[in-house]
Write a protein that binds this ligand. Structure first.
Ligand SMILES: [Zn+2]
Ligand SMILES: [Zn+2]
Length: 103
């Protein structure tokens, strides 16, 4: 007997099919993902109820967060920009996730 036939379930979605450069290790295989929450019934996602914040997931160092949305470490001050393309990056990043060049 089902005791959980409906509810909100998290679902990881790929935001961008194009691999990004990991800002931590520089590996060009990080993927931008997002955890959305779907209202599901009988384990079938019906519609999205909550849109998650995008984050970078690197196969080498795991989830590296990023300058996207309201991820950890993102605040107005303290955020520097890539000298090559102007993309906002965190001070701890060694590589720009947008253009892939070292900072
Ligand atoms: Zn990495
Ligand atoms: Zn850049």
């Amino acid at each position: 007997m089902f005791f959980f036939i409906g509810g909100v379930q998290p679902k990881t979605v790929l935001v961008d099919d194009q691999p990004k450069v990991c800002p931590i290790c520089g590996l060009g295989q990080a993927r931008m993902k997002r955890v959305d929450h779907y209202l599901s019934l009988f384990f079938i996602p019906l519609f999205r109820v909550k849109k998650g914040e995008p984050f970078l997931e690197c196969p080498q160092c795991g989830v590296s967060g990023g300058p996207y949305g309201t991820g950890p470490g993102l605040r107005g001050d303290g955020t520097s920009r890539c000298p090559h393309c102007g993309y906002p990056v965190e001070a701890t990043f060694r590589y720009c996730p947008y253009c892939g060049r070292s900072l």
